[in-house]
Each structure stands twice: as C-alpha cells, then as structure tokens.
Design a protein around this ligand. Structure first.
Ligand code: FAD
Ligand code: NAI
Length: 468
C-alpha cells in the first residue's frame, strides 16, 4: 500500500517540529500538522519563549531600579508595559516564522488545522473554515502536547482569573496577584509581575515550593523569592475563586492543617497547578490507542503505542514536561522510524527555572539518593566565594554536587545562582560520559567565570576546594 507520507507528526511544538525536521533530513517524506497557524507549540507561542522575553525585560527593569537605589544610576525610569508586550509578540512571531523557513528548507509539508486519526494510517485535517482534508501516513507520531490543569471551582476567563497564557498577555501591571501553585510557572510569572511592583501572594498546597526539586535548593530558592517580595502561604488549599463586582477576584482558601478559612482579593488570579496531556478529539478511540491512568498516551521504550505505526512523544507521554525533553524524543523517534538507533537518556535531562537567580538541576536529588539507599558524597560551593559572581555583584546561591561514595561518579548537580541554567551543562556533558567529580575538578576552567564554582564544588566532594 502506498501512503501520502512516510511519517506525519500531529503537533508542531518542540517535539513535533523537531521530529519532523529530523525525519525529513533522514530522507523520510514528512508532514507536520498543527491547529495553530504559528508553529512552535506551547513552548514558542505561550510557554518558554514569551515567558523568557518577559523575564528578561523585567529583570533589566529590576536591575535598573537597583542601580537607582544604590546610587549607581540617577534619574527617572519607567517601564513601557505595552512596548514590553509588543516586543514579546515580535520575538514569538520571528521565531515561529523561522520554523516555517526550516520546514521549507528541509521539505517538511506543513498543514494548518485540527488533526483527527480517523482510521489506520489515516488522518483527517479540519481547517479553521471547517473544510476537511484527508491524508495517509505509514507512521503517525502524536506530539499534541499538554494543556493547563484547572480547578473546577476556579473558572479561568483569561482576563481576571488566568492561566499562564492569560498571564503572558495582561493589559496592564496589576496592583495585586494571587498565584495558585508554587511551581515553575507560578514562580516565574510571579517574579515577572513582582519585579514590576505587583503584590504577589502564592498559595501552595504543600509545605514548600517546587516539590520535585532538591530540598536544600528549594529552601534557598524560597528564601530568595521571599527577599524579592513574593509572599507564600504554604499548607493552604484553594476552595474556589470568582470574579466580583469590583472587577477583581476573590479567592477562598483553607489551611490544610487547621482548616482555617480566609477570603483573599486580588486584581488577577493565576492558576498554575500543573499541566495535563492534550488528547481531546484526537480520535485515539478509533484505533483503541491505550492511555495511562493519568491520561497520557501509553508507549514502550521506543515511543511505540499499542497500535502498529503509531508513536507518541513529548508532553503527551509520561515524564517531565520540558521542551528539550520533547525535542530529544522528536529526534529519537525519527531515527527509530527510519530504522536507525534513537535513544533518550532520561537520567541526564536538565531542569531550569529562569527566575533571577536561576535554578538548575540534573540527575538525582539528595532525597532521591537517600530513599534509594545510594551512598553519596556532597560537594558545595557558594557563589559568594566566586570572583566573577563577586565582580558582577550577583553572588547569591551555591553549587551542590552529589557523587557516588565508592566511584566518585557524578549522580546529580543542583545550582542556584546567576546563569545556573547555562553553566549546568558542563555537568550534563560530564554525566553523559559517566564522569566523576574529580574529572570536572581537574579540568582547567577559565578565570574569572561562574563555572569555577562548579569546579570548586567538585573539588569539595573530596574536601579539596581552594577558595573556601
Ligand atoms: P506542545 O508544545 O504543547 O505542542 C503541541 C502542539 O500540538 C500545539 O501547538 C497544539 O496546537 C498542537 N495540537 C494539539 N492537538 C492537535 C491536533 N489534534 N491537531 C493539530 N494540532 C494539535 N519547558 C522548558 O523546557 N523550558 C521552559 O522554559 C518552559 N517554560 C514554559 C513556560 C510556560 C508558561 C509553559 C506553559 C510551559 C513551559 N515549558 C517549558 C514547557 C514546554 O512548553 C513544553 O514542555 C513543550 O512545549 C512540550 O512540547 P510538545 O511538542 O510535547 O507539545
Ligand atoms: P508544577 O507542577 O511545576 O507546580 C504546580 C504546583 O502547584 C505544585 O507545587 C503543586 O503542589 C501545587 N498545587 C497543585 N494543586 C494545587 C492546589 N489545588 N492548590 C494549591 N497548590 C496546588 O506546575 P506548573 O507550574 O503549572 O508548570 C507545569 C509544567 O510546565 C511544569 O511541571 C514544567 O514541566 C513545565 N514548565 C517548565 C518550565 C521550565 O522548564 N522553566 C517553566 C514553566 C513550565
């Protein structure tokens, strides 16, 4: 039987578009379908990129305010909120058209419309006018990503009660914001608005921020966020939220331990309690494609679903919901479909929170090592003793290296500090090569760099650090 395409990716996010380009580069006749006109998925349209654009501009704003306060700068300074939002939009559209260019260059056929699997090897695409088109593919890769998790009693209108999508496009700086969830989105977007002067209160069900993070890192992160003006209410659950006559929103909360109820009011409520797989109306029932009990597409180690010729990657499958993890899977699935060797090393996927300072982790946390009974050594080094961090007056945070007690192999790295998300990659590379703390400690690092703090932390694993 002949097909229109060797492989079709449903979803043009980091998983789907990267997988499509890789497939085409390998020589497969490839198409990619997205319901959005602009490629790049959640990441580019309403996720990683617009968030980073706002974080960068508001960080600069915060830095200038700091200079004014310390006397390093003089005069008046005010952010132009409308221009900031326009700049963010421009960044998004430039990058998205860049993917269109890559599709053209690599001969990936792009379809814009909602895709539904209607039979084996067959996809129906409905465009925004409602017209239908059917294509066939030898292989289908589901890369439909994720959507925001909602609380039924907190109805999102994307104006007053918003998800991350609405928070990225507010019309003005709110005087107050209640963030539900002290996770990655809550703290990144909470930071954006706190830097602009918004009073930010974060309501978290658990007793700490970012629950999956190494506890020591998470505690330092929390301390720094508080010092930047973000208020936390831990052990608190949200019972409901509603828009009230004043145009603001009321949020009813209850203490998890003491059941004490309270009603809070704010201009904006941001609901950021996690994301869930997006498989609505995709037609997975048609082929009886299996899902997990949490609604993710179930796959084997080679991204294959239970149906021959149907694969899934990215946020829609179990695992971390990160753009770079989706991209790795896109490349791997393309290679597998082409009969080559495709693999993702899940032990070595970095996670970064792009606040200031940044927070970056790779590998095991100390709590995981303890619970798995793995014997380890710890090496720590504070940025306050790093000359570059001192020279640029940005010396909060530390590097923490976890290495195997017997072999010295690096098992995890946890960094909070300026550019943590960039400098962690030397540890990712070391870990990919099965490197030890001593390997990194004995590698010459340029001076003065923030990476020297990583070298010192690796030296500290054997108590051999120089600068502390
Ligand atoms: P997606 O990017 O969600 O792409 C899926 C695409 O499929 C979408 O474009 C959707 O329109 C399309 N689609 C779905 N169903 C259909 C259908 N039936 N027919 C046609 N098209 C369909 N991750 C990071 O690594 N770093 C970050 O800094 C970061 N920041 C984030 C900030 C925010 C505010 C959010 C919300 C997320 C952030 N993420 C970040 C997570 C990251 O965006 C996701 O992990 C990533 O986008 C997942 O990629 P994906 O390709 O699996 O899915
Ligand atoms: P999250 O899982 O990071 O955090 C959600 C938080 O909400 C948790 O702390 C959780 O305990 C809390 N929570 C859950 N239900 C609650 C309730 N009813 N009341 C109060 N608190 C509640 O989810 P978030 O921030 O929405 O982000 C979703 C995903 O998007 C992340 O897991 C991540 O994969 C991805 N992302 C990645 C980024 C990055 O890499 N820099 C940035 C933003 C998002």
């Amino acid at each position: 039987m002949s097909f229109d395409f060797d492989v079709v990716f449903i979803g043009g996010g980091p998983g789907g578009y990267v997988g499509a380009i890789k497939s085409a580069k390998i020589g497969l006749k490839t198409a990619c379908i997205d319901k959005r006109k602009t490629l790049g998925g959640t990441c580019l349209n309403v996720g990683c990129i617009p968030t980073k654009a706002l974080l960068e501009i508001t960080h600069k704003h915060y830095a200038v305010q700091d200079m004014l306060k310390s006397g390093l700068a003089k005069g008046n300074f005010e952010i132009n909120f409308d221009e900031m939002m326009k700049k963010k939009e421009k960044i998004v559209s430039t990058l998205s058209s860049g993917i269109d260019g890559l599709f053209t260059k690599n001969k990936v056929k792009k379809f814009t419309g909602f895709a539904k699997i209607v039979a084996k090897n067959t996809i129906e695409i409905k465009d925004e006018d409602g017209s239908l088109q059917t294509i066939t593919a030898k292989n289908i890769v589901i890369a439909t990503g994720s959507q925001v998790t909602t609380i039924p009693s907190v109805p999102i209108d994307e104006e007053v009660i918003v998800s991350s999508t609405g928070a990225l496009s507010l019309k003005k700086v709110p005087a107050s914001m209640i963030v539900i969830g002290a996770g990655v989105i809550g703290l990144a977007l909470g930071s954006v608005y706190a830097r602009l002067g918004t009073k930010v209160d974060v309501i978290e069900f658990l007793d700490r921020t970012t629950p999956a993070m190494d506890l020591e890192l998470s505690k330092e992160f929390e301390r720094i966020m508080i010092s930047q003006g973000i208020n936390f209410k831990f052990n608190t659950k949200v019972l409901g939220a509603k828009k009230v006559k004043s145009g603001k929103a009321e949020v009813e909360i209850e203490g998890v331990k003491d059941s004490k109820k309270e009603t809070l009011t704010a201009d904006i409520v941001l609901c950021a309690i996690g994301r869930k797989p997006y498989i609505e109306n995709l037609g997975i029932e048609t082929l009886a494609i299996k899902t997990t009990d949490r609604g993710f597409i179930a796959i084997d180690k080679h991204f294959k679903t239970n149906v021959e010729g149907v694969y899934a990657i990215g946020d829609v499958i179990p695992g971390l919901m990160l753009a770079h993890k989706s991209e790795e899977e896109g490349v791997a699935v393309a290679e597998i479909i082409a009969g080559k060797y495709g693999h993702v090393n899940y032990d070595c996927i970095p996670s970064v929170i792009y606040t200031h300072p940044e927070v970056a982790s790779v590998g095991k946390t100390e709590e995981e090592l303890k619970s798995q009974g793995i014997e380890y050594k710890v090496g720590k080094f504070k940025f306050i003793a790093n000359s570059r961090a001192k020279a640029v007056a940005d010396d909060e945070g530390f590097v923490k290296i976890l290495a195997c007690k017997k072999t010295d192999k690096i098992l995890g790295a946890h960094i909070i500090g300026r550019a943590a998300g960039d400098i962690i990659h030397e540890i990712c590379v070391a870990m990919e090569f099965g490197g030890s703390a001593e390997d990194v400690a004995r590698t010459c690092h340029a001076h003065p760099t923030l990476n020297e703090a990583i070298k010192e932390a690796c030296m500290a694993v054997d108590k051999a650090q120089i600068h502390s």
